[in-house]
Design a binder for this molecule. Sequence first.
Ligand code: S3P
Length: 451
Amino acid sequence: MESALSGSAVPVKLIARQVPRLEGKVRAPGDKSVSHRALMFGALALGETVVSGLLEGEDVLCTAAALRAMGAQIVQEGPIWRVRGFGVGGGREPDGVLDLGNSGTSARLLSGILASHPFTSFMTGDGSLRRRPMQRVIEPLSRMGARFVSREGGRMPLGIVGTDEMIPIEYTLPVASAQVKSCILLAGLNTAGETTVIEPEATRDHTERMLRHFGAEVRVSDLEGRRGKRITVVGWPELKARDVVVPGDPSSAAFAVVAACIRPGSDVMVENVGLNPLRAGLYTTLQEMGANIVLENQREVGGEPVADLRVRGGGLKGMTVPPERAPTMIDEYPILAVAAACAEGTTHMLGLAELRAKESDRLSSVSAGLTANGVKHEMGPDFLIVNGVGGSPPGGGLVVTHLDHRIAMSFLVLGLATKEPVAVDDGSPIDTSFPGFAALMNGLGAKIGPA
Ligand code: S3P
């Protein structure tokens, strides 16, 4: 892991080569968003929470280390993780700087927990995380009574002067962000009275689901005439330890699914894919593009809808993806751009301003990667239009990943279809969300390896 404290990791150049088709069965790794929250809620509960299916990626391990620094006991026993919590408001002052690596989710959600404790804490991260906007959490948490010291523009490293006398607020999110929503709701736990977040666009609701699972009182209502929601949490609940089964990550599953879609003749089963409606926008979009994806064995895992996806390759056609769908597939635009490059016709992707605030400026990273591989497209401030070739794009480029795991994985998937191989300058960030990505893909017949 490249990090501010531990120094730079050695970049690992990877290359992907064209394969005729993919075939076989794989299991999606644990959901990153749910894994972070399982550890955090376990830490905020009294008793022992047992988590199974946890994603053991670097981002989640950063959250575990930070919670341990606050006094939680977190131990791994084979496939099971046991968390003994400190309870709401019961964390202790970390005695060092919390290093959150590449993980925006750790930084935003933990800032809500830290700010609602009566001590001062410090956090930093790698070169990518230190560039990402934190003002979006500084602003509401300051209104609640915490104080912050940051670099120019609200960037990390960040000093947080917390308080256990937070003021409950009603806050309308200026951007559609589940991280900011979750940050405020977590701060609201150690706040007297009711804290309310109004989100103009509904975003992933794993925090709300888990609050209920651990025994907090949460009220959610639809905004009249709009797609958003009003969410209220009642402060000072006694959260009780609960077991959590983490479903597979739809954002990680997306790479195998799109790889199968862009190689005609492929037949791939991706098992255990979480299909929370606020996360599943890519799958709706692929089906509308003509992909052959069948949902099998639909069930519930840990309170989330899950299915096995049977994907047969070929038949993708371009389309216009409506901007209101963006929050439900916000992490999937890089891999959708890869699908669009191989599809027949043009794909319009709209409402993408938030992509510029991810692990990299993803609009620019995707655009540069498409250019390097001969894919015609147009990028605007908040849109991307990709002209698909209806088969194999030229390829042959070297893609700069800017410490962004999803840029690395997306372009390696592109290389499975292109005429010439596609290389990425650094595959090491893949371990933040999908350890074992290359091995899993190669098990389906992909050719991804060191360059
Ligand atoms: C996440 C929310 C999204 C997403 C990120 C994980 C979460 O970010 O991009 O990968 O776990 O809440 P925003 O809420 O900032 O859009």
